[in-house]
Structures are given as structure tokens and as C-alpha cells.
Design a protein around this ligand. Structure first.
Ligand SMILES: Cc1cc2nc3c(=O)[nH]c(=O)nc-3n(C[C@H](O)[C@H](O)[C@H](O)COP(=O)(O)OP(=O)(O)OC[C@H]3O[C@@H](n4cnc5c(N)ncnc54)[C@H](O)[C@@H]3O)c2cc1C
Length: 477
């Protein structure tokens, strides 16, 4: 366990506050909800806590009778009104979190929609099983992850869609429906941001909790695609690369990490489930990097130093995909003056260098307070109607700190729009799960299947019962 702490300072950070902003009662009636970025306050009529499927059905039918829009929410880590609706009803699915059958022969797990990845890992671990696809952190809910059709570090299983064996959905009529692969609705529900109904249960394919060997090295950012193609593409590795945000080698030096099948057997400590450690220490280091270029240099120097000290580390797949290797608690940031946000861009492999150069130039020009740039690989797929990587792509997840002032947010929005122009020019698109700052014309160019998505939504839910602020601002234009 002690060796694991070595990784702590270099854990995959996607900086954002990971604690849900509490729901507060509004003086003008209703309640105010927000997301982790604390930039999307929304007054809703009520928040309904759902701990069983009947609660969901009753809440959907009640909203339908009242003619009030409704939307599901998980951990509210999406950051652009995807899980809230003005004067509507928000369903809090987090109490619906039971783990059902684990089938060791078929290697599947059945879970309720509000379960977190941490809940699922705790259930799988004693059975020698692990998740195939998960984000950079295990705090998210299963249904929230399906609704955003998330991707993770696994080179082969990069997108969650292929792990879905079935889903149970409460639709706009309050009917409980089971969708299996091949069902024409599934590509709209996965990646559908809750707009086709409430996912109350999912059966996911899982894999062996094998032992994995760590390798970290420092490369130039421009060399990442070549090294990836030669050594990593086509394997079952977990892969990520972090680009230096400090001035001394801004967007140049990169720490590349891979986890590949280990030859040796696990010792007892590797078989324990890991947990978050050194939260205060890592929070201080991250905060220093938020505050000044010198702080960024210090943090990068620590991360560089950890490259050599963490070599030859072996951990189980579950432990690679949870704290302390993939920590989350140290990201909590609730300053009044500023917020941490995430944006993500998917760039076809051939457009990598072009986007890398453009992102560096835009960030420098706009003096973006970058905390981390994390690059991963996303295998080509068009399973979901709103799939983000139609050809093999690299994703750039950019975490930054923004001032919570009118000028600060206007600048952040302009920077986002420049980056969206850059990703479209490189043949790619932005992730829809973050701030909805892209212009309508950019969204239309980046996401050409949105009209098809909207038409299917209107066919499945003609009364537009399921709505979110994101739906109104970004989809139903
Ligand atoms: C720090 C950080 C790191 C991240 N890393 C990654 C990453 O590595 N890869 C990646 O792809 N994304 C990543 N994300 C984005 C994140 O995966 C998505 O925003 C995800 O949707 C969050 O899950 P949640 O439980 O917080 O869902 P919420 O934010 O609560 O909801 C997200 C969407 O899911 C819908 N939803 C929630 N529950 C249900 C339900 N039961 N039925 C139907 N719809 C539902 C909501 O209506 C909403 O549209 C990251 C975000 C943060 C803040």
C-alpha cells in the first residue's frame, strides 16, 4: 500500500469540484440546484429522491399529470445544465444504487442506475472481476455515465456502449421497458443525456481483475501518436498522457502512463481495494498550481519525479481504476472567486498535431489557467447516435480554473469557442457533457446527427416530458 502513495501526486486529475453543490431552498419558491462547477444555478420546482423503480414511475407520472418537465440526475458532474430544468422536476437517482446479480460465468453485473462506479467496484472485487470501461474517476453514477456515453483509459474498451448488455428504462408514459443491444432506441438512450427516459437498471459486461504493470515515461507531446502507434495501439493497455501546463515546457513535455498485463502474481496488499490518501497534501499542491506559474512548475516537477519512483509498480485493474491511483477527493474546490471546469475535445489521429498546436496557441493567447491536459485514445465507433469519435481519435481533456466574474466567464466562453473551432478544423468535435459554451452554429457543425436525435426524441416523447436546460439551450434550437 505504501508504494501506491508514490503515485498520489501524479494521479489522473481532471480538475473540477467533485462534491455536489447542495440543493438549497429558493426564497421565491422551489429549490435551487447546481452542478459541480457551481456555474449553473437553476431554480427547479422540486427534487424527488428515488430509491426504487416505483418512486421513479410515480414521479414521472406525477410530472406528466402536472404538465411539468422532468430530468434525472446522478452525481451532477456534467457541467452545463444536463441534469437540471428551470421550473421542472429533478429526479435524484443516487439512492437507487443497489448491486444485483453478478454472473461470473457470463461475466456481467446488473446494477441500479444510481450506483456509483465505486459501489460496483466494491461488489466486483471479491469475485475477481473488474469494470471494462470507466471515466478517470469512480465517483460517477452508472446511469449518468451511460447517458453521457462516457469513455476512459482502456485502449480497446474505450467507450462504454460496447459493454452494455441491457438497460431498463422508465419512458415518458411511465412504462418500464427493457432494451437489449439491437433495440433501435438503445443508440439514443446511451449518450442521450436522460432525454429518452430514466435508466433504472443496467447489465454491463465486465472483465477479469487482472494484475497490471505500470510504466511511466516522459515524451515530447508531438511524439505521442507515433509511440502510441508503435507500442500501444491494438493492445488492452490502459493509456493516458498528461501535457505539461507549466511555462517551462508548456504543451511540450508529456508524462505518458500505461498499465499492461503483468507477468508476476499479486501480493496480498495489491489485492486490497485502494482508497484516497494524502488528500490535504495533494490539495495544497493543486491549489499552488491554481494560484501561480511557480506553483505549476512545482507540481509538474513532483509529477516528473514520480515517473521514476513509480516504475515497476503492479496493481490489480480495480486499483488502477480507483483512488489512490485515480483520486478524486483532493479535487474538491469551493472558492467563492473561482471554479475549476473541464472541457474535452475529440481529435481524429491525423489531426492530433494540428489541434495540439492550436490548443497551445489559444491557451497562451487567452492566458488560460490550465491545471491539466489529459490525452487518451478513443477507438472509432458510431454505436450511439451522438458518438464522439467516428474514427480513431485522441481526446484532449482540458481542466482549467476560471474566475467567477462576468469578464472571467466571458473569456472562458470565448476560449471554448476558439477550441471548438480548432477541433472542428481538425475533423473532430467537443464532448457535450460540459459547459454549453459552444455557439449554435458550432454545435450544428460538430454534431451533424443532432437533427436525427431531436426527431427521434420528439417521436419517443412527443410531449417533451424529459427536458433539461442543456436540451433547451443546445439541442432543441
Ligand atoms: C472531474 C471530471 C472527470 C471526468 N472524466 C470523464 C472521463 O474520463 N470520460 C468521460 O467521458 N467523461 C468524463 N467526465 C464527464 C462525466 O463522465 C459525465 O458528466 C457523467 O455524465 C457524470 O455522471 P453523473 O453521475 O455525475 O451524471 P449527472 O451529471 O448527474 O447527469 C449527467 C446526464 O445523465 C443523465 N442521467 C443521470 N442519471 C440518469 C438516469 N438514471 N437515467 C437517465 N439519464 C440520467 C442526466 O439527465 C444528465 O443528462 C468527467 C467529469 C468530471 C467533472
Amino acid at each position: 500500500m505504501r508504494r501506491r502513495t508514490l503515485l498520489q501526486g501524479m494521479g489522473a486529475i481532471a480538475a473540477a469540484t467533485l462534491s455536489c453543490t447542495p440543493t438549497t431552498r429558493s426564497q421565491t419558491g422551489g429549490v435551487v440546484v447546481d452542478d459541480v462547477s457551481r456555474l449553473n444555478e437553476c431554480r427547479v420546482r422540486r427534487v424527488v429522491s428515488c430509491s426504487c423503480v416505483d418512486d421513479v414511475v410515480a414521479a414521472v407520472l406525477q410530472a406528466r399529470r402536472e404538465g411539468v418537465p422532468v430530468i434525472a440526475s446522478g452525481r451532477r458532474c456534467s457541467q452545463g445544465g444536463q441534469s437540471s430544468i428551470d421550473d421542472g422536476v429533478v429526479l435524484d437517482l443516487t439512492p437507487l444504487n443497489k448491486i444485483g446479480v453478478i454472473d461470473e460465468i457470463a461475466r456481467t453485473v446488473t446494477v441500479q442506475g444510481g450506483a456509483s462506479w465505486d459501489d460496483v467496484q466494491r461488489a466486483l472485487h471479491p469475485r475477481g472481476l473488474a469494470l471494462r470501461t470507466m471515466q478517470s474517476s469512480n465517483v460517477f453514477t452508472v446511469a449518468g455515465s451511460l447517458a453521457a456515453c462516457i469513455h476512459g483509459d482502456d485502449v480497446n474498451d474505450s467507450v462504454i456502449f460496447s459493454t452494455v448488455r441491457s438497460l431498463t428504462l422508465v419512458d415518458a408514459l411511465g412504462q418500464v421497458r427493457v432494451l437489449a443491444p439491437g433495440d433501435p432506441l438503445l443508440p439514443f438512450v446511451v449518450g442521450g443525456y436522460g432525454l429518452f427516459g430514466v435508466v433504472v437498471e443496467a447489465t454491463l459486461s465486465v472483465t477479469t481483475n487482472s494484475l497490471m504493470q505500470h510504466r511511466a515515461r516522459i515524451l515530447r507531446a508531438v511524439d505521442v501518436p507515433a509511440v502510441f502507434a508503435q507500442e500501444i495501439a491494438g493492445t488492452n493497455a490502459l493509456f493516458s498522457a498528461r501535457v505539461c501546463p507549466a511555462p517551462s515546457s508548456f504543451f511540450d513535455e508529456t508524462i505518458v502512463e500505461t498499465w499492461t498485463a503483468a507477468n508476476d502474481t499479486a501480493d496480498a496488499s495489491a489485492l486490497e481495494l485502494g482508497r484516497e490518501e494524502n488528500v490535504q497534501r495533494d490539495r495544497l499542491i493543486l491549489d499552488a498550481s491554481r494560484r501561480s506559474p511557480a506553483g505549476k512548475e512545482t507540481r509538474w516537477a513532483i509529477q516528473r519525479q514520480n515517473v521514476s519512483s513509480s516504475s515497476s509498480l503492479s496493481l490489480t485493474r480495480n486499483n488502477v481504476m480507483r483512488p489512490p491511483v485515480a483520486p478524486a477527493a483532493f479535487l474538491v474546490h469551493d472558492a467563492d472567486s473561482d471554479s475549476d471546469i473541464v472541457q474535452e475535445y475529440f481529435v481524429p489521429v491525423a489531426g492530433y498535431s494540428m489541434f495540439l498546436a492550436a490548443a497551445a496557441k489559444i491557451s497562451l493567447a487567452d492566458k488560460t489557467n490550465i491545471l491539466e491536459v489529459k490525452i487518451r485514445f478513443v477507438k472509432a465507433n458510431d454505436d450511439a447516435v451522438l458518438s464522439f469519435a467516428l474514427v480513431d481519435s485522441f481526446s484532449f481533456m482540458i481542466s482549467s480554473n476560471v474566475q467567477r466574474t462576468t469578464a472571467g466567464l466571458a473569456l472562458a466562453q470565448r476560449t471554448t469557442q476558439r477550441l471548438v473551432d480548432a477541433v472542428i478544423a481538425a475533423g473532430g468535435r467537443h464532448h457535450l457533457t460540459y459547459q454549453t459554451w459552444a455557439r449554435a452554429d458550432q454545435v450544428a457543425r460538430a454534431w451533424p446527427r443532432l437533427p436525427e436525435f431531436l426527431a427521434a426524441k420528439k417521436a419517443a416523447d412527443p410531449g417533451l416530458l424529459f427536458q433539461s436546460r442543456f436540451f433547451r439551450n443546445c439541442i432543441n434550437l
